[in-house]
Design a protein. Structure first.
Length: 423
């Protein structure tokens, strides 16, 4: 017997549903009608334009919760540059991810939005907006004749002015970038919080990634060992946000002197040769570097603690709720929010911060980062994780309090009892 195909009419299909595309089944239900249990009609169409850099895109996922707070039934489209799209796809708070590839921009031109949120202060982002239809813009725009970036509303003036004055950016401002961006886009803080509070980054892993992280950790370390990740690289924009090879080797040796610690070198394709030089002759794990950004998230997830400069790896660790020991030289530590799960170590360089892309000093800011302070930060992280795990155990929870930590990873810290003394 041949199955009969359902006939759809305009009155049956719920064309306003966020899952409806009009050319193929959405996969949520066989019949597209008002009885579909997955039906979700969007009231507002929101466009986010944030193209770069990778770490900044990860940080801006903190805006998603606030967007949903202001526009609870919204459909969200995020436009970014490759490969940032890898970090956004699969995020349940984003309905559509587009890139600046030609075909995606053609698709974007067919869409219309109620609200556009432009996070970037760039001509490229303004160019995306110029070919897009929207009713209200928050964030930043461009003077089409002058090519100058301007605040789209008065709320964005503060963040805009910080970009025009090193003095204000380095010494006057005390707000983290998460708060500055949220305020510039006129998004609300969480209910019951003060205006300083920021929402967490939101880069969730899928089940397969959690499973791979647990497997990777099992390969790297014993059940009761600490896994400390060293994020060894950074982008080419400011190349001084990474410690020297010699300092990384010193860190490895000092950490290995502590019983129950395994050290993992983290990084991307550009860091592979550097990591090999750091690892030469040392008992250290080199994580995969050629498998893409999502696999990088998996490696970070397999760690308990991450030592890092101000880089994509730092933002990944923050997003995955790891204990972060972050050091700062050329960039501004106060712009980074660790959400109570980490410490900041400042370079002792008198010229820090500077945001310079080129520097030829004999002694660089990364040479003036205290290794003992980094190690103290690791010790504090061990104490924090142990206390959190014990608290969860006392409350009768089977899982750690952090939802981004998979079973069998952070919970193992219970068996460690107490953190060792400072390495």
């Amino acid at each position: 017997m041949v199955a009969q195909c359902a006939t759809y009419t305009d009155s049956m299909a719920i064309t306003g549903c966020r899952f409806f595309n009009g050319y193929k089944p959405c996969g949520k239900n066989e019949i597209c009608d008002s009885l579909c249990p997955s039906m979700s009609v969007a009231k507002e169409r929101i466009l986010i334009v944030h193209l770069e850099a990778l770490g900044a895109v990860v940080r801006s996922t903190s805006l998603l919760t606030s967007i949903k707070r202001k526009y609870p039934d919204s459909h969200v489209t995020w436009v970014t540059q490759k490969p940032s799209d890898q970090l956004l796809k699969g995020n349940p708070l984003i309905d559509r991810v587009l890139t600046t590839d030609r075909d995606d921009l053609l698709a974007l031109g067919a869409l219309q939005f109620d609200v556009a949120l432009c996070v970037d202060k760039s001509l490229k982002a303004a160019g995306v907006l110029a070919s897009t239809k929207f009713e209200k813009l928050y964030g930043f725009k461009v003077d089409a004749k002058l090519g100058a970036i301007l605040p789209a509303t008065d709320a964005a003036v503060e963040l805009w002015e910080l970009g025009l004055s090193d003095y204000k950016k380095f010494f006057v401002n005390k707000k983290p970038e998460t708060q500055l961006s949220r305020e510039a886009l006129e998004l609300p803080a969480s209910v019951g919080s003060d205006e300083i509070s920021s929402d967490e980054y939101f880069v969730p892993l899928n089940a397969a990634e959690f499973s791979l992280a647990a497997e990777r950790r099992h390969q790297w370390a014993g059940a009761n060992e600490w896994v400390v990740g060293l994020n060894t690289g950074c982008s080419d924009v400011i190349q001084y946000k990474k410690l020297s090879i010699e300092t990384h080797r010193e860190l490895v040796l000092r950490l290995q002197a502590v019983a129950g610690v395994r050290v993992v070198l983290l990084g991307g394709p550009e860091d592979e040769l550097r990591n090999q030089r750091i690892a030469h002759g040392l008992d250290v794990v080199q994580s995969p570097t050629q498998s893409g950004l999502r696999d990088g998230l998996v490696s970070v997830q397999a760690c308990d603690i991450v030592i890092t400069g101000d880089s994509l790896g730092m933002h990944m660790a923050i997003a995955l709720k790891k204990w972060v020991v972050a050091w700062f030289g050329p960039t501004c530590a106060h712009e980074i929010e660790l959400f109570g799960r980490g410490v900041k170590v400042m370079s002792q360089a008198a010229c820090s911060p500077c945001w310079k892309r080129q520097c030829n000093k004999d002694v660089m800011c990364y040479d003036l980062v205290s290794v003992p302070e980094l190690l103290l930060g690791v010790s504090r992280g061990m104490q924090f994780i142990s206390a959190e795990a014990k608290r969860s155990e006392l409350l009768g929870r089977n899982q750690p309090t952090n939802s981004n930590h998979s079973d069998g990873i952070r919970g193992r810290s219970v068996a460690r009892n107490t953190a060792p003394k400072t390495p």
